[in-house]
Design a protein around this ligand. Structure first.
Ligand SMILES: [Fe+2]
Length: 589
C-alpha cells in the first residue's frame, strides 16, 4: 500500500511517502525550492518522493493531509466573530494568511496529483504530531505529549499509544488544551516581543535565555495562569494574536515587561536593556519548562508508563526536553528528528496506514535520513570546471585527510548520503570544525553563519565517550540521538570545548551511534587519534537565511560564498586555494 503524507500552507511544507507501512522518503519543500520555511503546496517534494520511489500518482492508495481544513476554518471564523469589532480589519488578512487555499485542499490535491477525491484523507493536526512522535520511536507502549502553536483548535494534547502484539496500533489522545491557550503561542509572542521572527526564531529566545536570569517569572505567570486541573490558561488581556494579525502582544503586555526590542538593533548584553531582554527570555523559558514538566509528570502518574514521546514544535526546545526527562518520572523520552509541522507529513501518512487502514504494525527505521542523496560526481564536475583543487579519494584517505583538516583548524563542509528530514543537520549536511577554541566559534559566526553571538554551536560526540564530556541524566543519550536535549558540559572539559559550550555551561549535543551515520562515526574516531577527543562542532550546512543545502551544487555555492575551507561530498573533496598552505593564525594560537 502506497500512502503519501502532505503538510502545507502554514510554514515548512513537506511530503513523505510510505510503502507497505515503512517510510521510503520524506523531504521539506524548502530544501528543493530553496525558499526558507517554504509554506506553499509542496509540489516539488511530492514529485521527488514519487520519482524516488518509482511510483505514479495513480498507484497511490491514499494522499493524507496533516490537518482538517474545515476545523481550522471553524476556529478562525469563531475567533474573528468573538473578537468583533476589533477583528474586522484583521479578518480578511487572517483568512488569506492562515487559511488561504486550505479549505479547498481536497480539490487542490486531487487536481495537482490527478487522484480521485475519495483517496484524499485528513488527519487531525495533533494526531499527525502524535503519530510522528510515537510511530517513529523504538517503543511499543508510550505516553504521548504534543504541544505547538495551534493546529485546528488543539494546542496541546496528552495521551498514549500502543503497538500491540497482534499488529494493531492504538493512539488515544485523552485530553487537549485549545486555542488561544497555547504554550507555542506564548513562546512565539515573546519571540516577537524580543524582536525575532515568529515561527522561525524561537530557538534564538532559548539561546538568549542562557545569558539571562529568570527574574521575571512572576510576571510571566501573570500572563499564563495554571488552572486547578493541571492545565494552563493565557490571560488574554496581554495578547492580541487571537484578534489581529498585526501584533501578538497587547499594550498591557508592554506595560508589564517594558518596551519591546527593536528588531533592527543588535542586542548589547553589556547594557541594562540587553540584560532585560535576556532575563525576559530566561523567564519565559523557565515557565515553559515548569509547565511542561508538570504536565508530563501528571501524565506519567496517570498512565504509569515508562516511555514518553514528545511531538509538536515545542519539542524542539532542547532545554525543556532535558528537564522533562530528568524530572517527570519517565525513564525514556523520544523526540523525532522532525517534531514540527514538516514531520506531520510523515505522521499523517503513518496514522492513516496504522489507524485508518488498520495495517499491521511495522518498525520504522530509527534515523532522520529520508531526503535526496548527494552526488559526489556533480561536485567533481562543477568544481573542476571552476578550476578548483578537486580530489576523488578512497574512503580511508578521505577520512584521514578530513581528520587532518579538522585537526589543523580548517572548517569542513561534510555532505554524504540522504538529506536529513527536520530542522537539524545530523551528519549528512553538516559544517564540521574543531570544538576547542572560542576563536573557532567566532570565526564561524563571522565568516559563515553571520549570526548573533548568543547563539551557541552544537557538538557531535561518539556515544561511547559521551558521558566523559557531558552530564547526561539516565536516558539522556537517547534524547541526544537527534540533538533534542541540552545538557551540561562537564566543567573539566569546558575550557577544551569552548566553541560548543553555551554561556551557561551547556551544549545541545548529538550522541552518535555508529549505525546512524557510519562515515561520520569513523571520522570522529580518526579525529580523536589526532586531537584526543572524539568531539566535533557540528552545525547545519547553510548560510544565514537559507535552507540547509540539499544538492552538491548548493554545497559548492555555500562553500564559495563563505569561509569554509574544505568541501566533501561523498568521495569528492574540494579545497579552497590558500587553505592548502596557510594555517590560519587564530587556529595556531
Ligand atoms: Fe503543529
Amino acid at each position: 500500500m502506497n500512502i503519501l503524507g502532505i503538510s502545507a500552507h502554514y510554514h515548512d511544507s513537506a511530503a513523505a511517502l510510505i510503502v507497505d507501512g515503512v517510510p521510503v522518503c520524506a523531504v521539506q519543500e524548502e530544501r528543493l525550492s530553496r525558499r526558507k520555511s517554504d509554506a506553499s503546496f509542496p509540489l516539488s517534494a511530492i514529485e521527488w518522493c514519487l520519482d524516488h520511489a518509482g511510483i505514479q500518482p495513480d498507484a497511490l492508495d491514499a494522499v493524507v493531509f496533516y490537518e482538517r481544513p474545515m476545523l481550522k476554518f471553524d476556529r478562525i471564523l469563531t475567533c474573528a466573530l468573538r473578537a468583533f469589532p476589533q477583528s474586522w480589519r484583521a479578518f480578511p488578512k487572517a483568512m488569506k494568511n492562515s487559511l488561504g487555499e486550505k479549505v479547498w485542499v481536497r480539490g487542490i490535491i486531487s487536481s495537482h496529483l490527478g487522484v480521485p477525491g475519495r483517496k484524499v484523507l485528513f488527519t487531525e493536526h495533533h494526531q499527525s504530531h502524535a503519530a510522528a512522535a510515537f510511530l517513529t520511536a523504538p517503543t511499543r507502549h508510550a505516553a504521548i505529549l504534543t504541544s505547538d502553536g495551534v493546529g485546528e483548535w488543539a494546542t496541546l494534547t496528552v495521551g498514549h499509544g500502543e503497538r500491540r502484539p497482534n499488529g494493531a496500533t492504538v493512539i488515544t489522545l485523552l485530553r487537549e488544551i485549545r486555542f488561544p491557550h497555547s504554550l507555542g503561542m506564548l513562546y512565539s509572542t515573546f519571540t516577537a516581543y524580543l524582536g525575532f521572527k515568529v515561527n522561525e526564531d524561537e530557538y534564538k529566545v532559548m539561546g538568549l535565555a542562557g545569558y539571562g536570569r529568570p527574574t521575571m517569572v512572576d510576571k510571566v505567570r501573570q500572563v499564563i495562569r495554571r488552572t486547578p486541573d493541571g492545565a494552563f490558561a493565557l490571560d488574554l488581556d496581554y495578547f492580541e494574536f487571537h484578534t489581529t494579525a498585526r501584533r501578538s502582544y497587547s499594550s498591557r503586555f508592554v506595560e508589564l515587561f517594558g518596551p519591546a526590542r527593536n528588531p533592527y538593533e543588535p542586542i548589547d548584553l553589556e547594557s541594562a536593556e540587553g540584560q532585560r531582554f535576556a532575563d525576559c527570555a530566561a523567564s519565559v523559558q523557565r515557565v515553559l519548562e515548569d509547565t511542561l514538566v508538570d504536565i508530563a509528570r501528571a501524565l506519567q502518574q496517570e498512565t504509569g508508563l515508562r516511555d514518553l514521546c514528545l511531538g509538536g514544535g515545542v519539542a524542539l526546545n532542547g532545554v525543556a526536553n532535558a528537564r522533562v526527562l530528568a524530572e517527570s518520572g519517565f525513564d525514556r523520552v523520544f523526540v523525532p528528528p522532525a517534531p514540527g509541522d514538516a514531520g506531520c507529513a510523515l505522521g499523517a501518512a503513518l496514522y492513516a496506514d496504522r489507524i485508518h487502514f488498520g495495517n499491521t504494525d511495522r518498525d520504522v527505521p530509527d534515523h532522520p535520513f529520508w531526503g535526496p542523496s548527494v552526488d559526489g560526481a556533480e561536485l567533481k564536475r562543477i568544481a573542476g570546471e571552476d578550476g578548483q583543487f578537486v580530489d576523488e579519494l578512497d574512503e580511508r584517505t578521505l577520512i584521514d585527510r578530513t581528520a587532518d583538516d579538522l585537526a589543523a583548524g580548517r572548517i569542513v563542509a561534510w555532505m554524504e548520503g540522504a538529506l536529513e528530514f527536520g530542522p537539524r543537520a545530523l551528519g549528512h549536511r553538516s559544517i564540521l570544525a574543531a570544538p576547542n577554541s572560542a576563536g573557532m566559534r567566532d570565526r564561524l559566526n563571522r565568516e559563515i553563519k553571520y549570526r548573533e553571538q548568543f547563539r551557541p554551536f552544537a557538538p557531535v560526540v561518539l556515544i561511547e565517550a559521551a558521558d566523559r564530556y557531558f552530564e547526561f541524566p539516565a536516558g539522556g543519550t537517547r534524547l541526544a540521538r537527534f540533538m533534542s536535549g541540552v545538557f551540561p558540559v562537564r566543567p573539566a572539559w569546558r575550557e577544551r570545548l569552548q566553541a560548543v559550550t553555551h554561556i551557561d555551561g551547556t551544549a545541545r549535543v548529538q550522541a552518535l551511534e555508529r549505525d546512524m551515520a557510519p562515515r561520520l562515526y569513523t571520522l570522529l574516531e580518526a579525529y580523536e587519534k589526532r586531537s584526543g577527543m572524539p568531539v566535533l562542532l557540528n552545525t547545519s550546512l547553510n548560510l544565514a537565511g537559507e535552507p540547509i543545502v540539499n544538492r552538491a551544487v548548493e554545497g559548492y555555492s555555500t562553500f564559495l560564498r563563505s569561509g569554509i575551507d574544505v568541501l566533501v561530498a561523498d568521495q569528492t573533496r574540494v579545497m579552497k586555494r590558500g587553505s592548502l598552505l596557510m594555517k590560519r593564525k587564530e587556529d595556531v594560537a
